[in-house]
Each structure stands twice: as structure tokens, then as C-alpha cells.
Write a protein that binds this ligand. Sequence first.
Ligand code: UD1
Length: 337
Amino acid sequence: MKKVLVTGGAGFIGSHTCVELAAAGFEPIIVDDLRNSEERAIDGIARIVGRKPAVHRIDCCDEAAMERMFQGEGPIHGAIHFAADKAVGESVADPLKYYHNNIGSLVLLLRLMKKHEVNRIVFSSSCTVYGQPERLPVTETAPDRNAMSPYGFTKIACEQMLRDTTASDPPLKAVLLRYFNPVGAHPSALIGELPLGVPNNLVPFVTQTAAGLRKQLTVFGNDYDTPDGSCIRDYIHVVDLAKAHVRALQWMEDGPVSCDVFNIGTGKGNSVFEVINAFKEATSTPLPYVVGPRRAGDTTAVYADTTKSRDVLGWTPALTLNDALRDAWRWQLALKP
Ligand code: UD1
């Protein structure tokens, strides 16, 4: 079986990707020090795929440990690099943490990949690179808005690093996936999102509120220039997103392009109020909410043009927002003691 290194493989998107890699006949090798994830994610992967994946509990910035891991594993087919910090607000307060972890880990990974002749990488980028796009749906050719946050800037810097290294080192191929808003959980309810503390993101806050762990959801602003006044995002089911990574690896096996970038979203925008209504519809569960002020740094509306990911990568999402909310809710219920 072809080994695929999955940094951050115990995380939300990483764990779902390990499951889809195994289903497609690859062997995921997880590199994760569990700083933002839990052992139960690895147990969940093992239960879904029927065997425990290899796990290296190491920091992706620890050169000696990473070198030992590469030596010990032998030939590796490709790498998927999820390991990164992702809280926008924290990145403003502590930018060096983000520059070190997010950019430093990719520098080290690329050096070791070259040394050990690993020539394929899939990178987790984000629609945050677009800021508020001038035209919607946003295409991959829209300009970067790198000043949005240090977190956003690390994504732009890492994308550029991959363009530069693939240009200087021809055997290396890279696929940059710009995720829109990943939501949902595996339909088995064995893996899902495990937010630390109070969730920043909408869907975990929704499910925790419906479960009674939070008093109410606050809708961050109803005075945006959108049909119902709340912000619009493109919510993509994490299982569809995970499958995009497998597709990207396969595409690099025969794709002629050395580095390319794809939007990974549904192509459909939904407002916060639409998410609230869809949650109620999908789960028949009440959701108390109030309308509060805008959250600093939020953009009004972002959703993907998915033409390129469909026509060039050959990937299309199969699941709906209602599927994602139903699965997120089942996961929330499974988490209850
Ligand atoms: C956020 C980050 C983005 C990052 C992504 C990672 C910001 C500005 N953006 O995306 O860079 O890649 O997380 O997952 O932080 N909302 C509420 N109430 C809540 C929570 C959210 O109304 O309690 C609204 C927000 O205003 C937004 C939408 O729900 O309109 C989605 O918010 P969220 O899940 O935090 O994602 P983004 O802000 O789009």
C-alpha cells in the first residue's frame, strides 16, 4: 500500500481524510502531537477503517523527530499537510506563533521531503486568502488579500513557498486546496470536530447550544448587505472535503501540472439564518439564538466558484448542508457523557 504522510491527521479535517485515504487503498501515516486534538480521533479512525493507523506523536517543527520518522517509515508516496494553527483572533494577538508553526513546519517538511524523495504534497489553504472578493462566486484567479490576518498571511506565504519550490525542484508536485467552511462529521459519529473551549466557528457553537452546553447562539450581525442581513459562507461537508485530498493525490500521479490551486466548496452561499433554519429542519431540534453586533474581521459574503475543481481536478461534492448539520448533530450527541 502507498504510504501517505498526514500531518495533523488527528485533527478535524485530517481524521476524515485518513478515513478516505484508507478507503481508497492508501496507508495513512499520522504525524500529530495531539496539541489540538485527542486520542479518540485516532480510535475513531481505527473503528471506521478496521485497523489502527500508524501514529507519530511528534511536533512537525521538530527536525530530529521528523527526520527519524521519515527514516523509519521508508518510501512515502506523498504528504498531506494539515498541521497548523487556525484561530484568526489568536493570530492577531500572537503572530509569531503562527509564523513559526504554520510557515516553519512547511519549510521543514519540504526540506525533508526533498531529502527522502517524496514528490507529492497536498496543502491546506483557505478561502481566507480572498478576503472579501469583489466578484462572487470567487474563482481561483481572484487577487489575494494578504492583510486580513497573520493566519491568512501564513496561508498565502505557504502557497507561495509551494509555487517557488515546485518551480525550483521539478520532480515536486503540489496541490493547494482552498477550503471554504468545513462542517459536519463522519456519518458514523465516530469522528468529528473537537473544539477546545468555547467554539469560534458557527456549526460547533450551534450543536453545543442545541445540546444545552451554551445558553444561546449569537448571530454576529443582521445589518450586512445580504438578503437577510447576516453573513454568507460556503459550508462544505468535511467528508466531501476529505475526498478532495484523495482526488488531489491521484491527480498528481498523472497530472502534468507541477503546482495548482483549487477552491473546495459547494459553490452555494448560505446565510447564518439559513444555517439556523437548516439545523432545525435537519434535526428537529430547537436552537435558541439572539442577534448581536458584528464580529470584527468578518467578511460579508464568500462562496466558491467550483468550475475548476470539477473540470480539472474531477471533484464534486455529494453532500448537502442539511446532511452536514445532521451529521454534526449526531456527533455532538455521541460526545455527550
Ligand atoms: C473562520 C475564519 C477563517 C478560518 C476558518 C477556519 C474568521 C474571520 N475567519 O471562518 O479564516 O479559515 O474560520 O475554520 O475568523 N457566526 C455567528 N455566530 C457565532 C459564530 C459564527 O453568527 O457564534 C457567523 C460568522 O459571523 C460568520 C459565519 O457564522 O458569518 C461563519 O463563521 P465561522 O464558522 O467562524 O467561519 P468564518 O468566519 O467564515
